[in-house]
Design a binder for this molecule. Structure first.
Ligand SMILES: *Cc1c(COP(=O)(O)O)cnc(C)c1O
Length: 395
């Protein structure tokens, strides 16, 4: 064992495709096999001082889970108040949907108004710790503003490439946060190509979803929070609006970690992916029983977080859906908007369209028999509706 194995942080990285072990103390993107890398921890060693009771009185942000986070030096934590968002129960929403109980995890209360703060907070902290000098990413919107915020807080320049039809409030936000914003007439996948060029030509550090190992580590904290906030248990079903799938993949990873830590047993919630009818590559792959998803052509939806035609972690998403006994549903934009209004009136939460989509999906999933009236359901409202003001449903 080298010295850093006794400091906080990961012991190593592991290829999600081949299981190959990789040194964690280097700036690294995908594995040699071109798959995402997962950070692994010495959970047996951590276990004794890291039970739910140990973290109960800690700071009310995601750094309460420092033992299972990759940042070694506390001085490298770039923190703006990310995580520990409220889990709000709504009996009116439960009645409306015809299920036993509903909670909404209100991720709109994160810095920059979306749960992208969790992932980018971790990724930027780790990039800073490992010596990156400039950051870049393609974004459908919210990832760009979160990267801009954490880059600014870290004192690192951020280059964001976004589609021209990104919501105006998000564009203005990124500019106000000092990011270099490049608009592109295309999709997030096209923006990714421009970032790749900048990486090669200018040495930018690429923060694309799952193309570096640490955004998923930030997003996994949603799983830890759910268990803590529900008093040591999990719901029957988790409904997650899926673009690149980082949060779903991260929570699935967190549940395994928590089982190894003795926080939970072997029971898992049913995991559900919700996408837009105009861009549903994971839903299509799920319905066809595929292990990988083909690129979606002509992606269209006003839920910019779901306008993701292809995902490098597709096999991890589909595996979690399958292993959990969950499933997938595609929701047209007008239904998202309808449910944004219903959720708002029922709960006092102004949800993003992606959040509306999770509620809209429940009746569809019940019709298919995948969710039952006895189920306790957590809906992820992944962002604030304020970031989409002026955007209208496409179908
Ligand atoms: C990015 C985003 C999503 C999709 O998240 P993934 O973890 O990439 O699947 C959902 N909702 C909002 C508001 C987003 O910004």
């Amino acid at each position: 064992m080298t010295d850093h194995h006794r400091m906080p942080g990961a012991t190593h990285l592991e290829c999600t495709g081949t299981g190959e072990e990789v040194e964690s103390e280097q700036l690294i993107g995908l594995s040699a096999a071109g798959k995402p890398l997962f950070a692994r921890y010495d959970l047996d060693a951590i276990r004794a001082g890291f039970q739910m009771a140990d973290v109960a009185c800690r700071r009310a942000d995601l750094w309460r889970y420092a033992e299972v986070l990759p940042v070694r030096d506390p001085a490298m934590r770039v923190a703006l108040g990310e995580g520990w968002t409220p889990l709000l129960e709504s009996s009116r929403t439960a009645d409306r949907l015809g299920v036993a109980r509903v909670w909404i995890k209100d991720e709109g209360q994160n810095p920059t108004g979306s749960f992208k703060a969790r992932g980018l907070g971790l990724a930027v902290s780790r990039a800073l710790e490992l010596g990156a000098e400039a950051l870049a990413l393609p974004s459908a919107g919210n990832a760009g503003s979160a990267a801009a915020a954490y880059g600014a807080a870290a004192g690192l320049p951020v280059h964001v490439v976004v589609p021209t039809d990104t919501p105006a409030p998000i564009l203005e936000e990124m500019q106000a946060l000092g990011a270099h914003v490049q608009l592109l007439d295309g999709l997030i996948s096209d923006c990714g190509k421009v970032v790749k060029q900048g990486v090669e030509e200018h040495g930018w550090w690429d923060l694309s979803t799952l193309k570096e190992p640490y955004r998923v580590e930030g997003k996994k904290t949603m799983g830890y929070e759910l268990v803590e906030q529900l008093g040591g248990r999990l719901p029957d079903a988790i409904i997650y609006p899926t673009g690149g799938g980082t949060g779903l993949i991260g929570m699935w990873k967190a549940f395994d970690e928590m089982e190894a830590l003795g926080w939970i047993g072997s029971k898992r919630p049913k995991m559900f992916t919700v996408q837009a009818a105009g861009c549903a590559p994971m839903v299509r792959a799920w319905e066809q029983g595929e292990e990988h998803a083909e690129m979606w052509q002509g992606a269209e939806t006003y839920a910019s977080g779901l306008r993701v035609p292809g995902a490098v972690g597709d096999f991890l998403i589909l595996r979690a859906l399958r292993e959990s006994g969950g499933g997938a549903a595609a929701v047209p934009d007008h239904l998202m908007a309808e449910w944004v209004a219903k959720l708002g009136a029922d709960t006092g939460i102004f949800a993003a369209p992606e959040g509306g989509a999770t509620a809209a999906a429940v009746p569809m999933l019940m019709e298919k028999g995948l969710i039952s009236p006895e189920d306790e359901v957590v809906l992820f409202n992944t962002g604030s509706g304020l970031k989409y003001v002026g955007m209208t449903p496409i179908d």
